[in-house]
Design a protein around this ligand. Structure first.
Ligand SMILES: Cc1ncc(COP(=O)(O)O)c(C=O)c1O
Length: 402
């Protein structure tokens, strides 16, 4: 391999750490390459089938063979589908200038930060959080400021009030949340909105990519601007086909917000990637017209989630309440800290995760990756027999504890 001196790299690139969840997945892939049958509950991909009707539409377009550039924020057809979706589902009104399609929600969020953050601007992120949020803020030269959460993993209002300063540029909300599956209620969103009405320099980024994946029958997804329409001119809503529509590899996300912000994000996208892949745009227009999850899909997620958390709750070391939404269980594991295992004495959640990988062959992500120690994250978006096997292996590994 050729030697490349890191002196050539920019400070910004050097500062950017490799994705911590990708690292965990890599460790388990290495074990798998050695022939170990690892159950990978670390990954974040949905389980249900994507809408099958996208396939003939894509085939027909491929047969025509004409795939050209489109407008950078997406075709008119796709933008109309996005507008229609918000109108139909939540009665929200957007114009074509207020929506754009991107290569995944990730690109939309990064562009929003690049479009607005100056050095030292602050972004308030409730803990636990999806680690890409803080990495994207720092990549844009901003500063991530972490806010405590309640027992239900929603923003701690009193702490939030203390963190707001003249440097605050964004509040980042994620509902349903990754990693903890928290779903904000209308009342909670209104409370947050009321505070922000007094802070006219603060923007709100609401990541709602798991919006169709709510499992708690007493809760439902409420878009932030549905709860606080007065803040529409300062709110950017992020969505994607990766989760609800089970189309992560198509890399199609979208953003809806104030026209000037969208046009600035479009200007940035013009230089980064230009339009998102046209085939993905065509597939997205088709998919958005369809209900993403059937009742049977929902029941499978609920059954798998309940099996995972009930199984782990039967042990004395793990604790998890029913998950309200999304595809992850965020499991308390601090009872294992200080315990002597075959792996050695467990010092933190990273050790819990490594012990489970090395001795139960179950891959998880330590809570510290999401800014909260003493937890591990496991995805229940896996076939039930895999989850049964994972719980069985974990119980066996616990039996080996001295
Ligand atoms: C909260 C959240 N937002 C955004 C994304 C990324 O979505 P996309 O695949 O559309 O880039 C993820 C993926 O894990 C996520 O968990």
């Amino acid at each position: 391999m050729q030697y490349f001196d890191s002196k050539y790299l920019s400070k910004r690139a050097i500062r950017l750490r490799p994705s911590p969840t990708i690292f965990q997945t890599k460790q388990s892939t290495e074990l798998q390459k050695k022939g170990v049958d690892v159950i990978n509950l670390a990954s974040g991909e949905p389980l249900h089938a994507p809408p099958l009707s996208i396939i003939p539409v894509i085939k027909e377009r491929l047969d025509k063979g004409m795939l050209r550039y489109t407008a950078t924020p997406g075709t008119d057809e796709l933008r109309r589908s996005i507008i229609h979706l918000y109108k139909k589902r939540w009665g929200l009104e957007f114009s074509t200038q207020e929506v754009m399609a991107c290569t995944g929600a990730k690109q939309a969020i990064s562009q929003a930060f690049l479009a607005t953050i100056d050095p030292e601007d602050e972004v308030i992120i409730p803990v636990p959080y999806w680690p890409s949020f803080s990495d994207m803020v720092e990549f844009a030269d901003g500063k991530a400021i972490y806010c405590n959460s309640t027992d239900y993993f929603t923003l701690d209002i009193e702490h939030f009030k203390k963190l707001l300063t003249s440097k605050t540029k964004w509040l980042l909300l994620n509902t349903p949340g990754n990693p903890a599956g928290n779903v904000y209620s209308l009342k909670e969103l209104k409370k947050i909105g009321k505070i922000l009405l007094d802070w006219p320099n603060v923007l709100i980024l609401s990541d709602e990519v798991y919006g169709d994946m709510v499992w708690d029958s007493n809760k439902s997804h409420v878009p932030f601007i549905r709860a606080v329409p007065e803040l529409k001119s300062r709110t950017l809503t992020i969505n994607s086909l990766s989760k609800s529509y089970s189309m992560p590899g198509w890399r199609l996300g979208f953003a809806a917000g104030p026209a000037e912000l969208i046009s600035t994000m479009t200007k940035i996208q013009d230089q980064l990637t230009a339009n998102p892949n046209l085939l993905s745009q065509i597939a997205a227009s088709e998919a958005l017209a369809i209900e993403p999850l059937t009742l049977s899909d929902k029941n499978i997620y609920i059954k798998n989630m309940e099996f995972l958390i009930n199984g782990l709750n039967e042990t004395i070391f793990f604790k998890c309440s029913p998950v309200s939404g999304g595809i992850f269980a965020f499991i308390k594991c601090d009872a294992l800290i200080g315990v002597n295992t075959v792996f050695g004495v467990i010092k933190n959640d990273q050790d819990v995760s490594s012990w489970l990988l090395q001795h139960a062959y179950v891959n998880s992500v330590p809570g510290s990756v999401f800014g909260l120690n003493g937890y591990i994250r496991m995805s229940f978006a896996h076939p039930l027999n895999k989850i049964e096997e994972a719980v069985c292996r974990i119980k066996e590994a616990i039996k080996q504890i001295r």
